[in-house]
Design a protein around this ligand. Structure first.
Ligand code: SIN
Length: 482
């Protein structure tokens, strides 16, 4: 148990309702100070086996509860998460550097998935199907898929857990969470609140680990684990996709993006600049749906930059616990190194740093605007995951759509226009799972989140998110005719 000025937080693994110490621990590092925040239980194969057994046993009971019973527990979980908003936000600020004001927003986002699926649990409907035979009755049932595994990222340490766990638990599945090694404390506290809400032992378990391979290998090879939901990089997602084929698990993959933002000549440039900044610099640039490429019509390029650059230059960087901070540290040295290499590469190939462009202390990176960005620069092909905004000119609609779609990934894309016909045309032509029209932050619990192409499979959120945890059973019955 970690005791800090923010209260207590578990540091052991949560297996079958017990807090379990393992043979070893691993450190959680505060990315702003570099200090060790806590030592957390390091799970391996033995803990994975134990959690799988507990998940299967709990599933046998949990699937038999009514949707109303499950909804009541989810409702209490929602209330507890909101009641602990400040503590959870501070945990996130400390373990992965999310600015505190934004972290409080993440706690509300976290709770919104629980609230939504507490309601949705009661709306898992089957259907009746007309038969061509007078003595037959055909219908469908929806039943929980079974014990599920969630592998969750550090960039949303709480919300990416409830976006998976809330629909799973609402559907009657049990879930084992393997949180990111950078942010296990928030995961453990969120799960503790599930227990406090009355969540039965084994329904939600958390296995922190420094090396995900032993835990993941056991659970992916286990036929009893019927579902994997993963949010993270495309490379890891593809490996997991291959591994899950052996046990034919249901799969949800929320993978990388490389979001274009298209600013057309008729845009309200003040609002467009604000929306691009909101999309680009959310979570210090560390979201899968952050804008990665900004295409501005040549007729408004200079005027857009006049609006955009002061917004970026004015972003306050610093201590994530400071209420005024808008950009915190990058989560670790690897993320920082990639951001630095993208900027170095672009500058060496002729781009200009119009704002920022330099590293700060530790893993801080100045909010940056790059002009004169051109094809061949790494930043146009790889997800940066940092506060760097490359801006380019375009001439016509067809050409910018072609450039926007010229990517193997297709998670989110954005456009700003006041022309209604163009808004429809371009939204339909963009090969992306999510399109924001005059909206830089479209994510919300009741809407489908997910991508096309190499950005993954399935959708989270909304009525679609719970279907990912339900199997459809078709029942055909012959009846005696009167
Ligand atoms: C993500 O980056 O994976 C999630 C972002 C969001 O929910 O908007």
């Amino acid at each position: 148990m970690l005791v800090t000025e923010i209260g207590t937080c578990p540091t052991k693994a949560l297996i079958g309702g017990d807090w379990v110490a393992t043979g070893s621990t691993f450190p959680v590092i505060n990315p702003y100070t570099g200090a060790v925040l806590a030592q957390v239980a390091d799970c391996g194969e033995a803990e994975a086996w134990r959690a799988a057994d507990a998940s299967v046993a709990a599933f046998g009971r949990w699937r038999k509860t009514t949707a109303y019973e499950r909804a009541a527990i989810l409702r209490r979980w929602n209330d507890l998460v909101l009641a602990n908003q400040d503590q959870l936000a501070r945990l996130m600020a400390l373990e992965m550097g999310k600015p505190i004001v934004e972290a409080r927003g993440e706690v509300r986002y976290t709770a919104s998935f629980i609230e939504f699926y507490a309601e949705e649990a009661k709306r898992v409907y089957g259907e009746t199907i007309p038969s061509q035979f007078a003595n037959k009755r055909l219908f469908t049932l929806k039943q929980p898929v079974g014990p599920a595994l969630a592998v969750t990222p550090w960039n949303f340490p709480a919300a990416m857990i409830t976006r998976k766990a809330a629909p799973a638990l609402a559907a009657g599945c049990t879930m084992i969470v393997k949180p990111a090694e950078q942010s296990p404390l928030t995961a453990l506290r969120v799960a503790e609140l599930w227990l406090e809400a009355g969540g039965p032992p084994g329904t939600l378990q958390v296995l922190p680990c420094a090396d995900p391979v032993p835990v993941a290998s056991v659970l992916l090879a286990d036929d009893r684990i019927r579902k994997l939901s993963f949010t993270g990089s495309t490379d890891v997602g593809k490996r997991l996709y291959a591994q899950t084929s052996r046990t034919m698990k249901r799969l949800s993959l929320e993978l990388g993006g490389h979001a274009p933002f298209l600013v057309f000549g008729d845009a309200d440039l003040t609002r467009a600049a604000r929306d691009v900044a909101a999309s680009k610099f959310r979570n210090s640039g560390q979201t899968c749906v952050c804008t990665n490429r900004i295409y501005v019509h040549e007729s408004v390029y200079d005027r857009f930059l006049e609006q955009f650059m002061p917004l970026v230059a004015g972003l306050r960087t610093g201590d994530p616990l400071d209420e005024a901070t808008q950009i915190g540290p990058l989560v670790d040295g690897d993320v920082f190194a990639k951001v630095q290499s993208h900027v170095d590469d672009a500058l060496s190939k002729g781009a200009r740093a119009l704002v920022g462009g330099k590293a700060g202390v530790g893993t801080m990176f100045q909010p940056t605007v790059l002009g004169d960005v051109a094809s061949g620069m790494r930043i146009l092909g790889e997800e940066t995951f940092g506060p760097v905004a490359p801006v380019m000119r375009f001439g016509d609609e067809q050409d910018v759509i072609r450039q926007a779609n010229d990517s193997p990934v297709g998670l989110a894309a954005y456009l700003w226009t006041r022309d209604l016909s163009r808004a429809f045309r371009v939204a339909e032509a963009l090969e992306y799972g999510i399109v924001g029209i005059n909206d830089g932050v479209p994510s919300t619990a009741q809407a489908p989140f997910g991508g096309v192409k190499h950005s993954g499979l399935g959708r989270e959120g909304g009525k679609w998110g719970i279907d990912e945890y339900l199997d459809m059973k078709y029942v055909s019955m012959t009846i005696d005719e009167a």
